[in-house]
Design a protein around this ligand. Structure first.
Ligand code: TRP
Ligand code: SF4
Length: 334
């Protein structure tokens, strides 16, 4: 991946629907931090309006989650001096662009969106037959296009939304003049980290390790992890590439090549391997935990960062909206 034009603006976001787990760390935040350190102009957003599209019946939880996610962002190394860290609802230009784009998006594009169909089927306990939920990808397109971002670091699950964003950009450009770049995805190289039971890590499966879990909790969770299901005895050779514990070791243990060989040659047992992985994970998360403790105690500092980030983002978004209104011809001031 060599896209270091340094002009390239990046935007990505996360919905504040609950505490972040190590899947978010390895799957997204580590990548976001690298991009920031490579000198891209990065906008990282807490998508509270997107959270509202599924949590509209109990919006009280969102405010607290916004704070917690901000703490996670900062603790994982997102640096407000390098990146613009902000809250979606504090930049109301997103909502104006959402409205304008909604005029040109055919409903059929939204109804055939596979993410939409999946979520409606999966989250049965929630009534998601709303205008806002159907229009979720239009708001996401507005998030990206309002910064005229060229790159969007996301997971594969978000690809249909980015494809829609490109279609919307093309349609806008066709109707009103070439203006929006078509954003490209930046997929993370780390494969998805499995949950403690080997399935996809998810809050709803109860198999996640959270960034705010205590050391005891992490050790307890990892000690119950599934290993190579086909390895019954210590004398049997293991299959590290099919083992959830090894997926973690690759990320947190320094000598993982060595471990792989020992596993293949049946020179280590799974119980010991798992124990060592738990300890390595705890040490790996230690610096993040220290920062988390600091920011959790400094509410005002965190809110100030979000305030300043949102102001910075708003300046860029305001400029875009001026130009967009002019292109469509809906503006009456000189
Ligand atoms: N839909 C994304 C998710 O659920 C969050 C999101 C909202 C986003 N707006 C965005 C991601 C813009 C990338 C760009 O993960
Ligand atoms: Fe997995 Fe470690 Fe057991 Fe090998 S030794 S199967 S890597 S837990």
């Amino acid at each position: 991946m060599n896209l270091r034009t340094s002009e390239g603006r990046i935007l990505s976001g996360m919905r504040p629907t609950g505490p972040l787990h190590i899947g978010h760390l390895f799957g997204a935040l580590e990548n976001w931090r690298k991009l920031q350190d490579e000198g891209y102009t990065c906008f990282y957003m807490i998508a509270d309006w997107h959270a509202l599209s599924t949590e509209y019946q109990n919006p009280e939880s969102i405010r607290n989650n916004v704070f917690e996610i901000a703490v996670d962002f900062l603790s994982c190394g997102l640096d407000p001096h390098k990146s613009t860290i902000f809250i979606q609802s504090m930049v109301q230009e997103h909502s104006e662009l959402n409205l304008l784009l909604s005029m040109i998006v055919p409903v059929s594009w939204l109804e055939r969106n596979p993410v939409y169909k999946e979520q409606i089927a999966e989250l049965k306990e929630k009534d998601l037959h709303t205008f806002g939920f159907l229009g979720y990808p239009v708001l996401q397109a507005a998030d990206i296009l309002v910064y005229r971002a060229e790159f969007v670091p996301i997971g594969v699950d978000q690809l249909p939304h980015l494809e829609l964003t490109r279609e919307i950009a093309r349609r806008f450009n066709f109707l009103y003049g070439e203006y929006f770049p078509e954003p490209k995805e930046l997929l993370t190289e780390t494969p998805k980290i499995p949950g403690t039971d080997g399935r996809k890590m998810s809050k709803s499966y109860g198999n996640a390790i959270y960034l705010n879990d205590s050391e005891e909790k992490i050790l307890a969770k990892t000690s119950k992890m599934f290993t190579d299901q086909t390895r019954l005895y210590k004398k049997d050779p293991g299959h590290p590439d099919e083992c959830a514990v090894f997926a973690y070791r690759k990320l947190v243990s320094k000598n993982h090549d060595d471990i792989r060989n020992k596993c293949l040659r049946a020179e280590i047992g799974c119980v010991d391997c798992k124990k060592q992985m738990g300890r390595d994970l705890v040490s790996f998360l230690e610096p993040i935990k220290k920062k988390r403790e600091y920011f959790s105690r400094h509410h005002e500092e965190v809110w100030k960062i979000l305030q300043a980030g949102s102001e910075k983002a708003r300046k860029v978004a305001q400029q875009t909206m001026k130009e967009v209104r002019k292109l469509i011809g809906i503006e009456y001031k000189k």
